[in-house]
Structures are given as C-alpha cells and as structure tokens.
Design a protein around this ligand. Structure first.
Ligand SMILES: Cc1cc2nc3c(=O)[nH]c(=O)nc-3n(C[C@H](O)[C@H](O)[C@H](O)COP(=O)(O)OP(=O)(O)OC[C@H]3O[C@@H](n4cnc5c(N)ncnc54)[C@H](O)[C@@H]3O)c2cc1C
Ligand code: FES
Length: 274
C-alpha cells in the first residue's frame, strides 16, 4: 500500500509518453518509498492536486519492482485531463493498490485477452506477467480501437506482433492510410479463433457493449462463464469498501471487483450507472 489507505502519497511524474492525442502513460515515483507491488488488474486512486481523484488501472510491468507505478490515462473530464496534461516533475497523489486482479495463477493453459480502447491499460500488466511466467500454452491478445492512430502501447504491440508467445489481433472501427489489419469489431476476430474451450480462460476489458458481445461470442464457442473474467468500471470515491459509491448489485466494485467472473457480471452489465 502506498501511504495510508485514505491519504494519498505525493509522487513525482518521472516519465511520460503520449500514446495518442488524448491518452498518455505516466510513470510516478514516490520519493522514499518502495512500491509494494500489485496484482495485474488492480487500480490506484490518483489525485490531481486541486482538481480531484479518479481510479486508474496499474498498467506497468508487475514483474519489475521498484519505487514507481505506471498509469495510462485518457482525458475524458476534468481530473483525467489534468493528469493527462501533467509534466515531468509535477506532483500527483497516489493511494492503493485496490481491488481484485485477473488472478492468472488460477487461469487455464490458454489465455484469451480482449481489450477495447483504454481497456488495454488494465490488461497490459496481465499480458506482461503471462509472458514472463512462461506457464501458458498460448496467449491471444485481441485489441480494438477506433482508429489505428488511437492504438496504445505501440512498442509493446510491435514486440507482441513479432513474438512467439502472444498472438496479436488488431481491429479498428475506421481504417487510415497504410492500415493492413482488420476493420470491424473485435468479436469478428474472436469468431475466427480455433480454441479448446475447456482449456481456455478469457479476460475482457473495455466498453461494456464490447465486453458483452465478446463474452457471448466466447460462450458460443463453448467457454464456461466461470472462465470468463471482466473488469467492471463504476465511479469510485474511497476505494476501500466504505462509501458505497461503487455499488453495483450486491458488489462493491472497489473491493469485490473491478475484476469479477462472468457469472456475477452478466446480470450487472445490463445495469446502467446513475
Ligand atoms: C477500476 C477502474 C480503473 C480505471 N482505469 C482507467 C485507466 O487505466 N485509464 C483511464 O483513462 N481511465 C480509467 N478508468 C476510468 C477513469 O476513472 C474515468 O475516466 C475518470 O474517473 C473520469 O473522471 P474525470 O473527472 O476525468 O471525468 P468526469 O467529469 O467524471 O467524466 C467525463 C466524462 O467521462 C465519462 N466517464 C466517466 N467515467 C468513465 C468511465 N469509467 N468510462 C468511460 N467514461 C467515463 C463520464 O460519463 C463523462 O461523460 C478506470 C475506472 C475504474 C473504475
Ligand atoms: S469506492 Fe467507496 S465503497 Fe467502493
């Protein structure tokens, strides 16, 4: 845990990379504290001074322990814009990590990871861990984006597209010049997959319609609901299971989520956020 559960630790922005026009990846360092480590899929509450605090997935490499934590933020409102615009040397507040993770230890031999938009931030750490642990027979990463220029983590995508462990499938809604890949929904790529459903675990993160459609496609291919995991996002405040802000059905998503299995998620994905 960085600092107290409720009091942010001041961290300095020590690196930033623009992923695309509205999304950047920030590396944050605590001055005198070793980051305690995290499970892929967990999130931190990140505070932009004088603006507010939001949950952000930890998008860094879980196998690389030091005093830094990495987040990828898409500017959609006041707080995320302030963080997206942070410069090297700026101070932001960080507390966490919070929530459940993807739990790769209990995953089956074949891992299918499906991410849409900034949802890739929440699964990047899982893909890096899967690569490092060498336990998986096969890892498929299916990524959807609006346009090719919106794709995150270009260096990773280049590496994964060349590697032998990760089968990378990229889909965009709208092509741009030079785009050689697939145009359409990620579910179209998923439909083409040949898989052994009993040996497959699926991780989903992205817009809720995408997760619903992807889950249905995987169920249609024979994967059991209990082997499909989704990351659910709702507004969060305390992050510690106290304020009730993130309640969805019977779950407090900061504590019981964000990653839940599809048996629990399926009825909840129909519930709109107030
Ligand atoms: C567990 C968890 C992990 C997250 N991880 C990331 C991450 O790694 N990177 C990242 O960029 N964002 C992530 N988010 C979403 C991020 O927290 C929101 O974008 C942020 O709270 C918006 O706050 P704001 O003040 O900038 O905008 P607001 O003013 O609160 O919202 C601006 C607009 O964005 C919409 N919006 C708000 N929250 C979301 C959301 N969760 N998804 C889609 N639209 C939303 C609002 O409806 C509104 O239209 C995560 C959310 C959760 C719950
Ligand atoms: S954010 Fe307060 S209970 Fe989940």
């Amino acid at each position: 845990m960085f600092g107290d559960q409720l009091v942010p630790t001041p961290c300095k922005v020590v690196a930033r990379r623009d992923e695309n026009s509205d999304t950047s990846t920030l590396t944050l360092a605590a001055p005198s504290q070793w980051f305690p480590g995290f499970r892929p899929g967990q999130f931190m509450m990140v505070y932009a001074r004088g603006v507010g605090e939001i949950p952000l997935s930890i998008s860094g490499d879980p196998t690389h322990a030091d005093h830094t934590v990495v987040h990828t933020v898409r500017a959609v409102g006041a707080v995320s814009r302030a963080l997206h615009e942070a410069s090297i040397g700026d101070i932001v507040g960080v507390r966490g990590p919070f929530g459940t993770g993807w739990d790769l230890d209990s995953a089956k031999d074949d891992l299918i990871v499906v991410a849409g938009g900034v949802g890739l931030a929440a699964v990047r750490s899982a893909v890096l861990e899967a690569q490092a642990c060498g336990r998986f027979r096969r890892v498929v990463l299916s990524v959807g984006a609006r346009r090719p220029s919106d794709l995150l983590y270009r260096p990773d995508l280049d590496t994964w597209s060349r590697g032998d462990l990760v089968d990378l499938e990229l889909s965009v809604d709208v092509a741009e010049p030079d785009w050689q890949g697939h145009v359409g929904f990620v579910t179209q790529s998923l439909n083409r997959l040949v898989l052994e459903p009993g040996r497959t675990t699926v991780l989903l993160c992205g817009p809720e319609p995408m997760m619903r459609m992807s889950a249905r496609t995987m169920i249609g291919q024979g994967v059991e609901r209990e082997n499909i995991r989704v990351s659910l996002e709702r507004n969060m405040q305390c992050g510690t299971g106290v304020c009730g802000h993130c309640q969805l059905g019977e779950l407090l998503l900061c504590r019981d989520g964000p990653v839940v299995d599809y048996r629990a998620a399926e009825p909840l994905l129909a519930v709109k956020e107030l």
